[in-house]
Design a protein around this ligand. Structure first.
Ligand code: ADP
Length: 497
């Protein structure tokens, strides 16, 4: 990789860490246990701040606040227009605090600051505006039932929503969850990821500054098996939305079933194929496949992590993909021009290195990378494997790191079968100039998103979610509202009997 890691001498961001407590009923409070946990800088492993560690008792307090705010209001009882105005005002505040939010995000997560500041924080504002626009446009139907009845449907908020989010896009996950839930008039208990608690607390504070009443959004930092499990199993939470690993998704679904059968939406893991067809312009295919895998340090549930390349262009592709990865600029994410920062934490760092080892021992060809980058923090060299076979672990499991695996194919039917031969079904990339090929693949792939000659297009209006073990339900777009609404059928005789 091109740049020397500045991990020895990291840039200290100027943002102050003001919010480290739990946010319950509009107040920042300590955990009931008074316990805290450290949140770490992935560039060094050093402590950024100590954060209140929420547990079951804190979740109880948060749920009580959310319940009261739902049952007594004002949030669900405000006019839809008033609710939308709060969300619009919040979007304005996000823009005003863009660089502070971006700095916190990068500090806690390790992603390049330029990406946080120019893409993710603007997207956060965009998401809130998108759903703010829906708040006063949610309504039911008049239904032509048999018989002498007037039948209508009311679209009502579900109640208290529990939301459990991951660390790879802390604020975007905040937006995907919080924006539609609030637009529909629900109240929320949000459990952030233990690796990245800081930016959501800052954002939640701004949301209150924008006029969100106390109790409508409560934020509990803490760990999965304690705070997260308390959310999933709470008897007074009406719905849980989870984004994370497939293994944890199963636990959440089980806890929901065992407690009160709350409805569950899950956005889980993936092993998405990126298919380079024989007619591809190889240079462009290499660049897009590189982005599809390496974006966000490879920490994307939808990463194009199985790069299928047609045999006609395979050798050229591998040479160029290797060169591109070797040129990838790795280093302190606060520095300009950096493409790749550190991985999130030592667990992920170790896991990725273990998978690289599986790749080597399993007989794949290591083209470039394969080791840690620098000597401090959780940086990993951009890594490319060729000669990858479908049954190797690196081709089956989600690695969640900067490791590209290139597989060769010959026929379209063959690559369809192989691409679909996965327990996951989150997304796919297709690279071709041939519209028939694009159409054939689009219909045949059992995945929730197909990106043709593009990848990771995450506009607020585009639904996102998984087939198979990548989850259920769709977030974003008009589909994302469905997760947070109940339908009530109301029947009245046309004439009193
Ligand atoms: P990862 O392995 O990438 O950290 P997880 O699925 O474990 O992904 O984490 C995603 C979110 O789920 C985090 O907020 C985490 O704290 C939470 N979580 C982890 N374990 C549980 C659990 N047993 N019950 C509820 N939430 C959990």
């Amino acid at each position: 990789a091109a740049a020397a890691a500045d991990a020895e001498d990291p840039i200290i961001p100027s943002v102050k860490v003001d919010y480290t407590k739990l946010l319950i009923n509009g107040q920042f409070v300590d955990a009931a246990s008074e316990k805290t946990f450290p949140t770490l800088d992935p560039r060094t492993g050093d402590v950024i701040a100590h954060v209140a560690e929420g547990d079951a008792e804190d979740v109880n307090r948060a749920v009580a606040a959310a319940r009261k705010a739902f049952d007594e209001g004002p949030w669900p009882k405000m006019t839809a227009y008033e609710r939308s105005r709060v969300l619009f005002r919040f979007a304005d505040l996000i823009e005003k605090h863009n660089d502070d939010l971006a700095a916190l995000e990068t500090w806690d997560n390790g992603k390049p600051f330029e990406q946080s500041a120019k893409i993710e924080i603007p997207m956060l504002a965009r998401f809130f505006r998108y759903y703010a626009g829906y708040a006063d446009k949610i309504h039911g139907l008049t239904v032509p039932a048999d018989g002498q009845y007037h039948v209508q449907t009311l679209h009502e908020p579900i109640g208290v929503a529990g939301q459990i989010i991951p660390w790879n896009f802390p604020l975007l996950m905040f937006a995907w969850k919080v924006a539609p839930a609030l637009a529909c008039g629900n109240t929320i208990v949000l459990k952030t990821a233990e690796q990245t608690p800081l930016s959501a607390l800052y954002a939640a504070q701004l949301l209150h500054e924008a006029g969100l009443p106390p109790g409508a959004l409560n934020v509990v930092s803490g760990f999965g098996p304690t705070a997260g499990a308390a959310v999933a199993s709470h008897m007074d939470i009406d719905k849980v939305a989870f984004t994370g690993s497939t293994a944890t998704g199963k636990i959440v679904l089980e806890l929901a079933a065992k407690s009160n059968l709350k409805t569950v939406t899950l956005e889980l893991g993936g092993k998405s194929p990126f298919i380079v067809c024989e007619d591809a312009d190889v240079d462009k295919a290499v660049e897009l496949a590189h982005f599809a895998l390496f974006f966000n340090q490879g920490q994307c549930c939808c990463a194009g992590s199985r790069t299928f390349v047609h045999e006609r262009v395979y050798d050229e592709f591998v040479e160029k993909a290797k060169a591109r990865a070797a040129r990838r600029v790795v280093g302190d994410p606060f520095k300009g021009g950096i493409e790749q920062g550190p991985q999130i934490d030592s667990d992920q760092f170790e896991k990725i290195l273990k998978y690289i080892d599986y790749g080597i021992k399993g007989g794949a060809t290591l083209e470039t990378g394969g080791e840690r980058f620098g000597s401090k923090g959780y940086y990993i060299q951009p890594t490319v494997f060729s000669n990858v076979k479908d049954d190797m672990r690196i081709a089956k499991d989600e690695i969640f790191g900067p490791v590209q695996t290139v597989l060769k194919y010959k026929e379209l039917d063959e690559v369809i079968k192989r691409a679909n031969n996965s327990r996951y079904g989150l997304a796919a990339g297709v690279f071709t100039q041939n519209i028939d090929t694009a159409n054939t693949l689009t219909r045949a792939l059992r995945v929730g998103s197909v990106w043709i000659n593009c990848f990771d297009v995450f506009d607020a209006s585009i639904p996102f979610g998984g087939y198979k073990m990548s989850g259920n339900g769709r977030e974003k777009g008009i589909y994302g509202l469905k997760n947070y609404l109940q339908v009530k059928a109301v029947v009245t005789p046309l004439k009193n009997p």
